[in-house]
Design a protein around this ligand. Sequence first.
Ligand SMILES: Nc1nc2c(ncn2[C@@H]2O[C@H](COP(=O)(O)OP(=O)(O)OP(=O)(O)O)[C@@H](O)[C@H]2O)c(=O)[nH]1
Ligand SMILES: [K+]
Ligand SMILES: [Mg+2]
Length: 505
Amino acid sequence: MAFTTMALVTPRIMTKTSFARILASSPQLRLYSSSSSSATADFEDDTIYALSTSSPPSALAIVRLSGPESIPTLEKLTSTDFKVPAPRKMSLAKLFHPITKQPLDEGMAVIFKGPRSFTGEDVVEFHIHGSRGVVDGVIEAVSDSGLRAAERGEFTSRAFQNDKLSLLEVESLHSLLTSQTSTQRVLALSTSSKVVEIYDSWRETLIKAMSHTEAIIDFSSDSDNTDLQQPELIYGGVLNNVIELRKKMESHLHDGYKGELITNGVKVCLTGLPNAGKSSIINILASRDVSIVSSTPGTTRDVVTVQLDLGGVLCLVSDTAGLREGEDVGEVESEGVKRALRVREEADIVVEVVGLDGRDSIHGDDGEDDDVDLRVFNKADLREKDELGSSGISISCVNGDGVDKLIRKLTEVVKDRVGNVGGEKSEKDEGSEDIIITKRRHREHVEAAYEALCRFETLAIEGEAAVDLASEELRVASVEIGRIVGRVDVEDVLDSLFNDFCVGK
Ligand SMILES: Nc1nc2c(ncn2[C@@H]2O[C@H](COP(=O)(O)OP(=O)(O)OP(=O)(O)O)[C@@H](O)[C@H]2O)c(=O)[nH]1
Ligand SMILES: [K+]
Ligand SMILES: [Mg+2]
Protein backbone atom coordinates (compact mmCIF):
# COMPACT_ATOMS: atom_id res chain seq x y z
CA MET A 1 0.00 0.00 0.00
CA ALA A 2 1.56 3.27 -1.06
CA PHE A 3 1.36 6.28 1.20
CA THR A 4 1.28 9.23 -1.08
CA THR A 5 1.83 11.73 1.64
CA MET A 6 3.47 11.69 5.03
CA ALA A 7 1.65 14.82 6.05
CA LEU A 8 -1.56 14.47 7.97
CA VAL A 9 -4.43 16.37 6.41
CA THR A 10 -7.53 17.66 8.14
CA PRO A 11 -10.30 17.85 5.56
CA ARG A 12 -12.24 21.04 6.03
CA ILE A 13 -15.83 21.85 5.43
CA MET A 14 -15.94 23.94 2.22
CA THR A 15 -15.77 27.57 3.19
CA LYS A 16 -14.66 30.74 1.50
CA THR A 17 -11.40 30.47 3.36
CA SER A 18 -9.40 27.32 3.29
CA PHE A 19 -10.56 23.96 2.14
CA ALA A 20 -7.92 22.03 3.98
CA ARG A 21 -4.82 22.46 5.98
CA ILE A 22 -1.91 20.29 6.73
CA LEU A 23 -1.94 19.57 10.40
CA ALA A 24 1.48 18.45 11.14
CA SER A 25 4.57 17.46 9.32
CA SER A 26 6.12 14.11 9.99
CA PRO A 27 6.66 13.72 13.70
CA GLN A 28 9.82 11.76 13.16
CA LEU A 29 12.62 13.89 14.44
CA ARG A 30 15.82 13.85 12.52
CA LEU A 31 18.46 12.23 14.59
CA TYR A 32 21.27 14.31 15.84
CA SER A 33 23.40 11.31 16.63
CA SER A 34 23.72 8.51 14.13
CA SER A 35 23.87 5.80 16.72
CA SER A 36 21.13 3.22 16.32
CA SER A 37 21.92 0.25 18.48
CA SER A 38 19.71 -0.73 21.37
CA ALA A 39 20.11 0.98 24.68
CA THR A 40 18.75 -1.73 26.89
CA ALA A 41 21.34 -4.42 26.60
CA ASP A 42 24.25 -2.79 28.34
CA PHE A 43 22.96 -0.40 30.93
CA GLU A 44 25.85 1.31 32.60
CA ASP A 45 26.10 4.08 35.10
CA ASP A 46 28.19 6.37 32.94
CA THR A 47 26.86 9.84 32.17
CA ILE A 48 25.09 10.40 28.88
CA TYR A 49 24.10 13.46 26.88
CA ALA A 50 21.85 14.22 23.95
CA LEU A 51 20.17 17.03 22.13
CA SER A 52 16.58 16.45 23.22
CA THR A 53 15.00 18.88 20.78
CA SER A 54 14.98 18.59 17.00
CA SER A 55 17.91 19.43 14.77
CA PRO A 56 19.02 23.07 14.51
CA PRO A 57 18.08 25.67 13.64
CA SER A 58 15.29 26.37 16.08
CA ALA A 59 14.62 29.22 18.50
CA LEU A 60 15.64 27.23 21.54
CA ALA A 61 17.21 23.85 22.13
CA ILE A 62 17.61 21.57 25.12
CA VAL A 63 20.71 19.50 25.77
CA ARG A 64 20.11 16.95 28.47
CA LEU A 65 22.61 15.07 30.64
CA SER A 66 21.92 12.12 32.92
CA GLY A 67 24.22 10.28 35.30
CA PRO A 68 26.66 10.96 38.12
CA GLU A 69 28.82 13.40 36.13
CA SER A 70 25.88 15.63 35.13
CA ILE A 71 26.23 18.28 37.82
CA PRO A 72 30.07 18.32 37.76
CA THR A 73 29.81 18.86 33.98
CA LEU A 74 27.51 21.83 34.52
CA GLU A 75 30.17 23.24 36.83
CA LYS A 76 32.90 22.64 34.23
CA LEU A 77 30.95 24.57 31.59
CA THR A 78 30.28 27.59 33.80
CA SER A 79 32.59 30.07 35.48
CA THR A 80 33.83 29.61 39.02
CA ASP A 81 31.37 32.12 40.45
CA PHE A 82 28.40 30.17 39.04
CA LYS A 83 26.22 28.74 41.77
CA VAL A 84 24.56 25.41 40.91
CA PRO A 85 20.84 26.17 41.29
CA ALA A 86 18.54 24.32 43.65
CA PRO A 87 16.82 21.35 41.97
CA ARG A 88 14.00 22.30 39.57
CA LYS A 89 14.92 26.00 39.63
CA MET A 90 16.00 27.56 36.36
CA SER A 91 19.13 29.60 36.53
CA LEU A 92 20.92 31.87 34.06
CA ALA A 93 24.14 30.25 32.89
CA LYS A 94 26.96 31.68 30.80
CA LEU A 95 28.49 28.64 29.17
CA PHE A 96 32.15 28.18 28.18
CA HIS A 97 34.13 25.35 26.64
CA PRO A 98 35.89 23.70 29.63
CA ILE A 99 39.30 23.61 27.91
CA THR A 100 39.45 26.43 25.37
CA LYS A 101 37.26 28.71 27.52
CA GLN A 102 35.56 29.94 24.35
CA PRO A 103 32.09 31.37 25.09
CA LEU A 104 29.26 29.05 23.97
CA ASP A 105 25.99 30.72 24.90
CA GLU A 106 24.11 32.67 27.49
CA GLY A 107 21.44 30.16 28.35
CA MET A 108 19.61 28.60 31.24
CA ALA A 109 20.35 25.53 33.30
CA VAL A 110 18.18 23.41 35.54
CA ILE A 111 19.10 20.38 37.60
CA PHE A 112 17.06 17.44 38.88
CA LYS A 113 18.60 15.42 41.68
CA GLY A 114 18.14 11.65 41.42
CA PRO A 115 15.98 9.84 42.22
CA ARG A 116 13.54 12.76 41.70
CA SER A 117 14.21 13.06 38.00
CA PHE A 118 12.91 11.52 34.79
CA THR A 119 15.69 8.93 34.65
CA GLY A 120 16.02 8.53 38.40
CA GLU A 121 19.62 9.79 38.13
CA ASP A 122 21.07 13.29 38.44
CA VAL A 123 19.90 15.20 35.39
CA VAL A 124 20.99 18.56 33.98
CA GLU A 125 19.22 20.41 31.20
CA PHE A 126 20.80 23.23 29.26
CA HIS A 127 18.16 25.43 27.64
CA ILE A 128 20.16 27.16 24.95
CA HIS A 129 19.72 29.04 21.69
CA GLY A 130 18.86 26.68 18.88
CA SER A 131 21.34 27.65 16.18
CA ARG A 132 23.73 25.12 14.73
CA GLY A 133 26.70 27.11 16.11
CA VAL A 134 25.45 27.14 19.68
CA VAL A 135 24.16 23.58 19.71
CA ASP A 136 27.30 22.11 18.15
CA GLY A 137 29.46 24.12 20.58
CA VAL A 138 27.60 22.91 23.67
CA ILE A 139 27.51 19.29 22.44
CA GLU A 140 31.25 19.42 21.78
CA ALA A 141 31.95 20.91 25.20
CA VAL A 142 29.90 18.22 26.93
CA SER A 143 31.60 15.50 24.92
CA ASP A 144 35.04 16.96 25.66
CA SER A 145 34.11 16.80 29.34
CA GLY A 146 34.09 13.00 29.00
CA LEU A 147 30.38 12.32 28.62
CA ARG A 148 29.00 9.74 26.19
CA ALA A 149 26.35 10.37 23.51
CA ALA A 150 23.08 8.68 24.47
CA GLU A 151 21.63 5.83 22.46
CA ARG A 152 18.11 5.97 21.13
CA GLY A 153 15.64 5.93 24.02
CA GLU A 154 18.44 5.64 26.58
CA PHE A 155 16.99 8.28 28.93
CA THR A 156 13.71 6.38 28.96
CA SER A 157 15.43 3.04 29.32
CA ARG A 158 17.29 4.37 32.36
CA ALA A 159 13.94 5.56 33.76
CA PHE A 160 12.67 2.02 33.28
CA GLN A 161 15.76 0.41 34.83
CA ASN A 162 15.45 2.71 37.81
CA ASP A 163 11.75 1.83 38.27
CA LYS A 164 10.57 5.31 37.38
CA LEU A 165 8.36 3.90 34.60
CA SER A 166 6.76 0.52 33.92
CA LEU A 167 6.80 -1.07 30.49
CA LEU A 168 3.21 0.04 29.92
CA GLU A 169 4.11 3.62 30.84
CA VAL A 170 7.08 3.52 28.47
CA GLU A 171 4.70 2.42 25.72
CA SER A 172 2.27 5.21 26.58
CA LEU A 173 5.11 7.74 26.53
CA HIS A 174 6.10 6.49 23.10
CA SER A 175 2.49 6.82 21.92
CA LEU A 176 2.39 10.37 23.27
CA LEU A 177 5.64 11.30 21.53
CA THR A 178 4.40 9.94 18.21
CA SER A 179 0.78 11.10 18.52
CA GLN A 180 -0.55 12.86 15.44
CA THR A 181 -4.13 13.54 16.49
CA SER A 182 -5.98 14.72 19.55
CA THR A 183 -7.50 11.29 20.29
CA GLN A 184 -4.09 9.66 20.13
CA ARG A 185 -2.76 12.28 22.51
CA VAL A 186 -5.64 11.95 24.96
CA LEU A 187 -5.52 8.15 24.85
CA ALA A 188 -1.76 8.12 25.43
CA LEU A 189 -2.13 10.45 28.40
CA SER A 190 -4.99 8.45 29.88
CA THR A 191 -3.42 5.02 29.52
CA SER A 192 -0.41 5.39 31.70
CA SER A 193 -0.69 5.22 35.46
CA LYS A 194 -4.45 4.59 35.65
CA VAL A 195 -4.25 1.58 33.38
CA VAL A 196 -1.20 0.23 35.20
CA GLU A 197 -3.35 0.30 38.35
CA ILE A 198 -6.12 -1.69 36.66
CA TYR A 199 -3.83 -4.41 35.35
CA ASP A 200 -1.94 -4.58 38.65
CA SER A 201 -5.22 -4.98 40.53
CA TRP A 202 -6.17 -7.86 38.22
CA ARG A 203 -2.84 -9.48 38.88
CA GLU A 204 -3.28 -9.01 42.62
CA THR A 205 -6.69 -10.72 42.47
CA LEU A 206 -5.14 -13.64 40.60
CA ILE A 207 -2.22 -13.98 42.98
CA LYS A 208 -4.58 -13.94 45.94
CA ALA A 209 -6.77 -16.59 44.29
CA MET A 210 -3.66 -18.63 43.63
CA SER A 211 -2.54 -18.45 47.24
CA HIS A 212 -5.96 -19.65 48.34
CA THR A 213 -5.96 -22.61 45.97
CA GLU A 214 -2.43 -23.46 47.12
CA ALA A 215 -3.79 -23.48 50.66
CA ILE A 216 -6.48 -25.94 49.59
CA ILE A 217 -3.81 -28.19 48.06
CA ASP A 218 -1.83 -28.14 51.31
CA PHE A 219 -4.99 -28.65 53.31
CA SER A 220 -6.13 -31.67 51.27
CA SER A 221 -2.74 -33.36 51.35
CA ASP A 222 -2.77 -33.13 55.10
CA SER A 223 -4.14 -36.61 55.91
CA ASP A 224 -4.88 -35.74 59.53
CA ASN A 225 -7.44 -33.25 58.40
CA THR A 226 -10.89 -34.72 57.94
CA ASP A 227 -12.87 -31.51 57.85
CA LEU A 228 -13.34 -30.82 54.13
CA GLN A 229 -16.03 -28.18 54.59
CA GLN A 230 -13.56 -25.36 54.77
CA PRO A 231 -11.64 -26.02 51.54
CA GLU A 232 -14.92 -26.16 49.63
CA LEU A 233 -15.90 -22.82 51.03
CA ILE A 234 -12.55 -21.33 50.14
CA TYR A 235 -12.74 -22.78 46.65
CA GLY A 236 -16.22 -21.31 46.16
CA GLY A 237 -14.95 -17.87 47.13
CA VAL A 238 -12.00 -18.14 44.76
CA LEU A 239 -14.27 -19.24 41.93
CA ASN A 240 -16.59 -16.26 42.45
CA ASN A 241 -13.70 -13.81 42.33
CA VAL A 242 -12.25 -15.44 39.24
CA ILE A 243 -15.61 -15.39 37.43
CA GLU A 244 -16.00 -11.72 38.24
CA LEU A 245 -12.53 -10.93 36.89
CA ARG A 246 -13.03 -13.12 33.82
CA LYS A 247 -16.19 -11.15 33.00
CA LYS A 248 -14.31 -7.86 33.35
CA MET A 249 -11.68 -9.13 30.92
CA GLU A 250 -14.41 -10.23 28.56
CA SER A 251 -15.99 -6.79 28.46
CA HIS A 252 -12.59 -5.21 27.75
CA LEU A 253 -11.93 -7.73 24.99
CA HIS A 254 -15.27 -6.69 23.45
CA ASP A 255 -14.26 -3.03 23.26
CA GLY A 256 -14.58 -2.82 19.47
CA TYR A 257 -10.79 -2.54 19.17
CA LYS A 258 -11.13 1.16 19.94
CA GLY A 259 -7.65 1.54 21.41
CA GLU A 260 -5.93 -0.17 18.51
CA LEU A 261 -8.02 1.83 16.02
CA ILE A 262 -6.98 5.11 17.61
CA THR A 263 -3.35 4.04 17.85
CA ASN A 264 -3.00 2.56 14.37
CA GLY A 265 -5.51 4.71 12.48
CA VAL A 266 -9.00 3.83 11.21
CA LYS A 267 -8.81 2.24 7.77
CA VAL A 268 -11.37 3.76 5.39
CA CYS A 269 -11.77 2.25 1.90
CA LEU A 270 -13.32 4.08 -1.04
CA THR A 271 -14.83 1.45 -3.27
CA GLY A 272 -17.22 1.32 -6.22
CA LEU A 273 -17.52 0.80 -9.94
CA PRO A 274 -15.05 2.35 -12.37
CA ASN A 275 -15.59 6.06 -12.99
CA ALA A 276 -17.83 6.52 -9.96
CA GLY A 277 -15.51 9.31 -8.83
CA LYS A 278 -13.50 7.63 -6.06
CA SER A 279 -10.24 9.29 -7.06
CA SER A 280 -11.96 12.66 -7.40
CA ILE A 281 -13.26 12.26 -3.82
CA ILE A 282 -9.93 11.30 -2.26
CA ASN A 283 -8.33 14.32 -3.93
CA ILE A 284 -10.94 16.57 -2.37
CA LEU A 285 -10.51 14.95 1.05
CA ALA A 286 -6.72 15.25 0.85
CA SER A 287 -6.91 18.70 -0.79
CA ARG A 288 -4.37 17.72 -3.36
CA ASP A 289 -3.90 15.58 -6.40
CA VAL A 290 -2.90 12.29 -4.87
CA SER A 291 -4.75 10.08 -7.33
CA ILE A 292 -5.16 10.30 -11.12
CA VAL A 293 -8.63 11.30 -12.30
CA SER A 294 -9.70 10.64 -15.87
CA SER A 295 -12.78 9.82 -17.86
CA THR A 296 -11.32 6.42 -18.73
CA PRO A 297 -12.85 3.68 -16.60
CA GLY A 298 -10.17 1.62 -14.87
CA THR A 299 -7.77 4.50 -14.26
CA THR A 300 -6.79 3.63 -10.70
CA ARG A 301 -4.90 0.40 -10.21
CA ASP A 302 -2.59 0.85 -7.24
CA VAL A 303 -4.04 1.53 -3.83
CA VAL A 304 -3.47 5.17 -2.91
CA THR A 305 -3.66 5.94 0.82
CA VAL A 306 -3.69 9.30 2.57
CA GLN A 307 -3.62 10.09 6.26
CA LEU A 308 -6.48 12.30 7.36
CA ASP A 309 -7.42 13.78 10.70
CA LEU A 310 -11.18 13.33 10.96
CA GLY A 311 -12.56 14.86 14.12
CA GLY A 312 -9.29 14.20 15.95
CA VAL A 313 -9.02 10.60 14.78
CA LEU A 314 -6.20 9.42 12.54
CA CYS A 315 -7.74 7.83 9.42
CA LEU A 316 -5.99 6.00 6.61
CA VAL A 317 -8.22 6.64 3.61
CA SER A 318 -7.58 4.48 0.53
CA ASP A 319 -8.61 5.04 -3.07
CA THR A 320 -8.90 1.74 -4.89
CA ALA A 321 -9.45 0.42 -8.41
CA GLY A 322 -13.02 0.41 -9.71
CA LEU A 323 -14.52 -3.04 -9.33
CA ARG A 324 -15.24 -4.79 -12.59
CA GLU A 325 -14.37 -8.00 -14.38
CA GLY A 326 -14.74 -9.36 -17.89
CA GLU A 327 -12.80 -9.92 -21.09
CA ASP A 328 -11.91 -6.30 -21.71
CA VAL A 329 -10.29 -6.01 -18.29
CA GLY A 330 -6.56 -6.45 -18.78
CA GLU A 331 -4.06 -8.13 -16.52
CA VAL A 332 -2.92 -4.97 -14.76
CA GLU A 333 -6.40 -3.70 -14.04
CA SER A 334 -7.39 -7.14 -12.86
CA GLU A 335 -4.55 -7.08 -10.33
CA GLY A 336 -5.79 -3.63 -9.26
CA VAL A 337 -9.24 -5.07 -8.63
CA LYS A 338 -7.73 -7.88 -6.54
CA ARG A 339 -5.91 -5.31 -4.42
CA ALA A 340 -9.04 -3.21 -4.14
CA LEU A 341 -11.00 -6.18 -2.81
CA ARG A 342 -8.28 -6.99 -0.31
CA VAL A 343 -8.21 -3.42 1.02
CA ARG A 344 -11.99 -3.40 1.25
CA GLU A 345 -11.91 -6.67 3.17
CA GLU A 346 -9.40 -5.27 5.68
CA ALA A 347 -11.03 -1.86 6.02
CA ASP A 348 -12.68 -0.72 9.23
CA ILE A 349 -15.06 1.50 7.28
CA VAL A 350 -16.23 0.90 3.71
CA VAL A 351 -17.46 3.88 1.72
CA GLU A 352 -19.13 2.97 -1.54
CA VAL A 353 -19.05 5.64 -4.21
CA VAL A 354 -21.90 5.42 -6.67
CA GLY A 355 -21.58 7.23 -9.98
CA LEU A 356 -24.36 8.84 -11.86
CA ASP A 357 -27.30 7.26 -10.06
CA GLY A 358 -28.28 4.36 -7.86
CA ARG A 359 -28.50 2.00 -10.81
CA ASP A 360 -24.77 1.61 -11.17
CA SER A 361 -24.25 0.60 -7.57
CA ILE A 362 -22.30 -2.63 -7.44
CA HIS A 363 -25.07 -4.02 -5.30
CA GLY A 364 -27.95 -3.18 -7.60
CA ASP A 365 -30.92 -0.99 -6.91
CA ASP A 366 -31.69 -1.95 -3.35
CA GLY A 367 -28.33 -0.68 -2.21
CA GLU A 368 -28.35 -3.23 0.58
CA ASP A 369 -24.96 -4.56 1.46
CA ASP A 370 -23.66 -5.42 4.87
CA ASP A 371 -20.09 -4.30 4.56
CA VAL A 372 -20.91 -0.80 3.29
CA ASP A 373 -20.91 1.76 6.09
CA LEU A 374 -21.59 4.82 4.00
CA ARG A 375 -22.90 5.25 0.46
CA VAL A 376 -22.01 8.35 -1.54
CA PHE A 377 -23.93 9.30 -4.66
CA ASN A 378 -21.51 11.34 -6.71
CA LYS A 379 -22.09 13.58 -9.72
CA ALA A 380 -25.09 15.33 -8.22
CA ASP A 381 -24.54 18.10 -10.78
CA LEU A 382 -25.76 15.72 -13.47
CA ARG A 383 -28.92 14.77 -11.57
CA GLU A 384 -32.28 16.33 -11.01
CA LYS A 385 -32.54 17.50 -7.40
CA ASP A 386 -33.74 14.86 -4.93
CA GLU A 387 -33.82 12.18 -7.56
CA LEU A 388 -32.31 9.85 -4.98
CA GLY A 389 -33.80 8.86 -1.68
CA SER A 390 -32.07 9.31 1.63
CA SER A 391 -30.05 6.10 1.53
CA GLY A 392 -26.76 7.96 1.10
CA ILE A 393 -25.10 11.31 0.68
CA SER A 394 -25.43 13.19 -2.55
CA ILE A 395 -22.31 15.10 -3.61
CA SER A 396 -20.68 16.66 -6.61
CA CYS A 397 -16.92 16.78 -7.03
CA VAL A 398 -17.40 19.35 -9.76
CA ASN A 399 -19.17 22.09 -7.81
CA GLY A 400 -18.47 20.90 -4.26
CA ASP A 401 -22.13 20.44 -3.30
CA GLY A 402 -22.52 18.00 -0.42
CA VAL A 403 -18.79 17.69 0.25
CA ASP A 404 -19.11 19.31 3.68
CA LYS A 405 -21.94 16.92 4.49
CA LEU A 406 -19.81 13.96 3.39
CA ILE A 407 -16.93 15.03 5.65
CA ARG A 408 -19.32 15.53 8.56
CA LYS A 409 -21.00 12.17 8.01
CA LEU A 410 -17.72 10.31 7.55
CA THR A 411 -16.37 11.94 10.71
CA GLU A 412 -19.50 10.81 12.54
CA VAL A 413 -19.08 7.21 11.37
CA VAL A 414 -15.40 7.24 12.36
CA LYS A 415 -16.05 8.76 15.79
CA ASP A 416 -18.81 6.27 16.36
CA ARG A 417 -16.32 3.49 15.81
CA VAL A 418 -13.68 4.77 18.23
CA GLY A 419 -16.09 6.08 20.86
CA ASN A 420 -15.74 9.06 23.07
CA VAL A 421 -12.11 9.46 24.07
CA GLY A 422 -11.32 11.87 26.83
CA GLY A 423 -14.54 13.85 26.36
CA GLU A 424 -17.39 14.29 28.79
CA LYS A 425 -19.27 11.02 29.09
CA SER A 426 -22.63 11.28 27.37
CA GLU A 427 -25.66 9.08 28.05
CA LYS A 428 -24.55 6.83 25.21
CA ASP A 429 -21.22 6.21 26.93
CA GLU A 430 -22.78 5.25 30.25
CA GLY A 431 -21.52 1.90 31.39
CA SER A 432 -18.89 1.74 28.67
CA GLU A 433 -15.49 0.74 29.99
CA ASP A 434 -12.42 2.93 29.73
CA ILE A 435 -10.02 1.88 27.00
CA ILE A 436 -7.18 -0.11 28.49
CA ILE A 437 -6.14 -2.18 25.46
CA THR A 438 -4.26 0.07 23.05
CA LYS A 439 -1.97 -2.39 21.34
CA ARG A 440 -2.22 -5.86 19.94
CA ARG A 441 0.36 -6.98 22.48
CA HIS A 442 -1.98 -6.07 25.34
CA ARG A 443 -4.92 -7.82 23.68
CA GLU A 444 -2.96 -11.03 23.20
CA HIS A 445 -2.04 -11.16 26.88
CA VAL A 446 -5.58 -10.37 28.05
CA GLU A 447 -6.91 -13.06 25.70
CA ALA A 448 -4.43 -15.61 26.99
CA ALA A 449 -5.31 -14.74 30.60
CA TYR A 450 -9.00 -14.92 29.79
CA GLU A 451 -8.63 -18.38 28.27
CA ALA A 452 -6.67 -19.59 31.29
CA LEU A 453 -9.50 -18.40 33.56
CA CYS A 454 -12.07 -20.23 31.41
CA ARG A 455 -10.03 -23.41 31.85
CA PHE A 456 -9.80 -22.69 35.56
CA GLU A 457 -13.58 -22.51 35.84
CA THR A 458 -13.98 -25.85 34.06
CA LEU A 459 -11.43 -27.48 36.34
CA ALA A 460 -13.02 -25.94 39.41
CA ILE A 461 -16.23 -27.85 38.70
CA GLU A 462 -14.30 -31.06 39.29
CA GLY A 463 -13.65 -29.85 42.80
CA GLU A 464 -10.52 -30.58 44.76
CA ALA A 465 -9.49 -33.49 42.58
CA ALA A 466 -8.21 -31.04 39.98
CA VAL A 467 -7.22 -28.22 42.27
CA ASP A 468 -3.53 -28.35 41.38
CA LEU A 469 -4.28 -28.08 37.65
CA ALA A 470 -6.71 -25.25 38.36
CA SER A 471 -4.09 -23.40 40.37
CA GLU A 472 -1.66 -23.67 37.47
CA GLU A 473 -4.19 -21.86 35.25
CA LEU A 474 -4.32 -19.01 37.73
CA ARG A 475 -0.56 -18.79 37.57
CA VAL A 476 -0.67 -18.66 33.77
CA ALA A 477 -3.27 -15.87 33.89
CA SER A 478 -1.29 -13.81 36.39
CA VAL A 479 1.91 -14.12 34.34
CA GLU A 480 0.04 -12.98 31.20
CA ILE A 481 -1.36 -9.92 32.96
CA GLY A 482 2.03 -9.23 34.53
CA ARG A 483 3.57 -9.14 31.06
CA ILE A 484 1.32 -6.26 29.99
CA VAL A 485 2.63 -3.86 32.63
CA GLY A 486 6.08 -5.39 32.44
CA ARG A 487 6.19 -7.09 35.78
CA VAL A 488 7.55 -10.30 34.18
CA ASP A 489 9.56 -11.22 31.05
CA VAL A 490 9.99 -7.88 29.38
CA GLU A 491 13.36 -7.96 27.66
CA ASP A 492 12.12 -8.85 24.17
CA VAL A 493 9.52 -6.07 24.13
CA LEU A 494 11.92 -3.51 25.53
CA ASP A 495 14.59 -3.84 22.89
CA SER A 496 12.29 -3.08 20.00
CA LEU A 497 10.46 -0.39 21.94
CA PHE A 498 13.50 1.69 22.92
CA ASN A 499 14.77 1.48 19.38
CA ASP A 500 11.62 3.31 18.30
CA PHE A 501 12.44 6.28 20.53
CA CYS A 502 14.36 9.33 19.45
CA VAL A 503 17.79 10.12 20.75
CA GLY A 504 17.36 12.43 23.72
CA LYS A 505 14.28 10.70 25.15
N1 LIG B 1 -19.99 15.76 -13.74
C1 LIG B 1 -19.23 15.19 -12.83
N2 LIG B 1 -18.17 14.47 -13.19
C2 LIG B 1 -17.41 13.90 -12.23
C3 LIG B 1 -17.70 14.09 -10.87
N3 LIG B 1 -16.77 13.41 -10.15
C4 LIG B 1 -15.94 12.85 -11.02
N4 LIG B 1 -16.31 13.13 -12.28
C5 LIG B 1 -15.67 12.68 -13.52
O1 LIG B 1 -15.85 11.28 -13.61
C6 LIG B 1 -14.72 10.70 -14.25
C7 LIG B 1 -14.15 9.59 -13.40
O2 LIG B 1 -13.65 10.14 -12.22
P1 LIG B 1 -12.58 9.38 -11.34
O3 LIG B 1 -12.41 10.16 -10.10
O4 LIG B 1 -11.38 9.08 -12.14
O5 LIG B 1 -13.38 8.05 -11.05
P2 LIG B 1 -12.86 6.72 -10.34
O6 LIG B 1 -13.99 6.16 -9.60
O7 LIG B 1 -11.64 7.00 -9.58
O8 LIG B 1 -12.51 5.84 -11.60
P3 LIG B 1 -11.58 4.55 -11.69
O9 LIG B 1 -10.30 4.84 -11.02
O10 LIG B 1 -11.42 4.38 -13.15
O11 LIG B 1 -12.32 3.44 -11.05
C8 LIG B 1 -13.74 11.82 -14.48
O12 LIG B 1 -13.89 12.28 -15.81
C9 LIG B 1 -14.18 12.89 -13.52
O13 LIG B 1 -13.84 14.19 -13.95
C10 LIG B 1 -18.83 14.87 -10.51
O14 LIG B 1 -19.17 15.06 -9.35
N5 LIG B 1 -19.55 15.39 -11.53
K1 LIG C 1 -11.61 6.93 -14.14
MG1 LIG D 1 -9.78 6.18 -9.69
